[in-house]
Unconditional design. Structure first.
Length: 168
């Protein structure tokens, strides 16, 4: 008899492989943004200003400014500063997403990866990818693979850490 108990599935759920694909995609996205940040850092400080040899009449436009016109907001932004902020942000995000590869399946990893899915949920373009992964991530098979049962947490909260939770 080769029965597997519900507490320890023999193989990982398919959603874990899709999650690995998701974090790989996010890592590639953050690497591209990091390359863009390095490019912004390499620009001269006056890169957003028109060249000095261009006549003034051609650099000024007579069109009405609209609410979608961001020139005033971006005018005078130092490319090195913006690049440094982007680089720091992307290094942090790369570290967060890459760490998930190296954590063994446990309750912490299940919650940590749920938070990484929440980061993807902030971008509406990623919803077609994140929503199905999130749906299957919340299923009991994935929680049991990560040795996380909400019933155990409930039992510990109400009966104390010394009382062994019942086997499911």
């Amino acid at each position: 008899m080769n029965q597997s108990s519900p507490q320890s599935p023999q193989r990982k759920p398919t959603v874990v492989n899709f999650f690995y694909a998701y974090i790989t995609f996010m890592n590639l996205l953050f690497l591209i943004m990091f390359a863009y940040a390095l490019f912004a850092i390499s620009l001269p400080p006056d890169a957003d200003q028109p060249p000095q040899d261009v006549p003034v009449a051609t650099t000024q436009t007579t069109t009405q400014s609209t609410m979608f016109d961001n020139d005033e907001f971006l005018q005078g932004a130092d490319p090195q500063f913006v690049g440094q902020i982007l680089a720091i942000f992307n290094i942090i995000m790369l570290t967060l997403f890459t760490t998930s590869y190296f954590i063994k399946p446990n309750r912490f990893r299940w919650v940590y990866n749920l938070i990484l899915l929440a980061f993807g949920f902030l971008n509406i373009c990623l919803w077609p990818i994140v929503i199905p992964i999130l749906y299957f991530w919340l299923q009991p098979q994935c929680r049991l693979y990560h040795k996380f049962s909400p019933l155990d947490v409930y039992h510990r909260q109400h009966f104390g850490p010394d009382v062994e939770p019942p086997k499911h």
